[in-house]
Every structure is written in C-alpha cells, then in structure tokens.
Design a protein. Structure first.
Length: 254
C-alpha cells in the first residue's frame, strides 16, 4: 500500500519559493498559529485532499520542461515536517529523475532534539533524528522560516517556543544542508534591533546559510481569516514597506 499525504493545493509556476521556476506543493497541517499567517486554511491536518506519491509525481512530470537548470519542486504548507514520511518518499522519487527539491518549513519537529555538544540521546530522539536524516538526504535546499529569536516573542507570534527550530537549524548545519533563512518583517513585532541582531549572530554561526530573505508583512491573507471566523489580530498593524526592510537589513549588516 502506497503512503499518502494530505495536500491543500498546488502552484505550477512558483517564483517565490526557491530558485528558478518551481512546482510548489502546499501540504495540509501546521502546529504553529502565526499571527501573520496568510494560509490559515492549511492549519488543520486532516483536511485537504489525499494523494499518493505517484499521483503527485504525475503532476510534477508535466511541468519538468519549465524547470530549466535552476528550478524544481518546493514542498511548503502548512508545514511539510508534519507529513515527513510522505515528503521523504516524494523527494526520493524526484531525485531519482533529477528534480531539484526544496523544503519550506518552520523547522519544528515534535520530540526532535539536537546539539553539537550533546553526547546522549534517548532511543526516541535517535529515531526522530534518523527519520529526519532520511528526508534531508534527498533535500537540495531548506527554506527555514525563523519567526523571532527571542523565546517569549516567538511564543506570542506562533504559540510555540523557538528551541526546536534553532536545534533543527544546527542539525542542518551539521549535515551541510544548504539553507535560505526567511524572516518576516512585521513593524513593531519583528523589526526590533535587539531581535534582529540576535538573528544575525545566530546566522553567522551557521556555515550552510546561502541567503537571508527579509519578507515584508502583508495582509493579503486577511480574507481567509475572516472567512474562517478567525480573529486577525494584526489588522491594525501597518504592512511593511521598503523603508522597514532597509532598516532591518542595516541591523543585520551591522
């Protein structure tokens, strides 16, 4: 019996989710409840449509001619790490025919634990690390979404602490998996100099980061919150403009 995954939607010519032209797969399900999420309709895991790996591969193959030398597929969400077994098999199938693979994730894996200085792991932790390694063996690039470096601020933004995400970033570094760091600039929430400086220091300690993307906060997904009857708490926050991005960039560079 083939493994299946629950998928929210597909985008056939994405240009904002990794290098080149990409076939983007939005997985269903996410644990985080980010205040600025523009896809809250992907949160609930048991919704979406069920697909086998073969069914998704059939869709991908129709667009291979558009990938060129730099494009490929990106699995996003929701968060794909909630359906790691499915994504692992999908990436394995893609790599078998030479398709570039990218994983867009917040880096949160329940029960995951890793530190370069840690000498002992429980059997459960070893099992989760092994499972994660199998996924990353066929992952060409990770787009790692870091929400905030301050633990309290991260919890306010997402409902979760950031320890797991930071450990996942260190694990990627240990495997030398190429990473793009993505950081959403929300005026008054994620653009503080102290927090951005902490992010910069964290990134400088990672040898595998190829790019840092500063993404401006926008409200284009607010209608989804309204449709779902959710309270969009950032409705009175201004959208980030070029000046906000430039200021945060200067903090990082300094």
């Amino acid at each position: 019996m083939q493994i299946t995954g629950r998928i929210h939607s597909f985008e056939t010519a994405g240009t904002l989710d990794g290098p080149g032209i990409r076939f983007v797969i939005f997985m269903q399900g996410c644990l985080f409840r980010c205040l600025y999420c523009h896809n809250p309709d992907t949160w609930v895991k048991n919704e979406g449509q069920e697909y086998t790996v073969d069914q998704v591969m059939d869709k991908i193959k129709r667009f291979m001619n558009y990938f060129g030398s730099t494009g490929g597929i990106t699995v996003s969400g929701g968060d794909p790490l909630l359906q790691m077994d499915f994504v692992t098999e999908l990436f394995r199938a893609c790599k078998s025919i030479g398709i570039n693979t990218a994983l867009d994730t917040n880096g949160y894996i329940e029960g995951f634990s890793y530190s370069k200085s840690k000498s002992y792991y429980t059997d459960q932790e070893k099992s989760i690390i092994s499972k994660t390694e199998k996924l990353l063996e066929n992952t060409d690039l990770v787009l790692l979404d870091i929400k905030h470096m301050n633990t309290d601020n991260h919890r306010k933004l997402t409902g979760f602490e950031n320890k797991n995400t930071k450990e996942f970033a260190s694990f990627l570094d240990s495997l030398n998996t190429p990473v793009w760091i993505r950081y959403v600039v929300v005026p008054g929430l994620t653009d503080d100099e102290e927090g951005v400086n902490a992010l910069s220091a964290f990134v400088k300690n990672l040898s595998n980061v190829k790019k840092v993307e500063l993404l401006p906060f926008h409200k284009m997904g607010k209608y989804k919150w309204d449709t779902l009857g959710l309270d969009f708490k950032l409705k009175d926050i201004k959208e980030a403009d070029a000046e906000d991005i430039s200021r945060v960039k200067k903090y990082m560079e300094s």
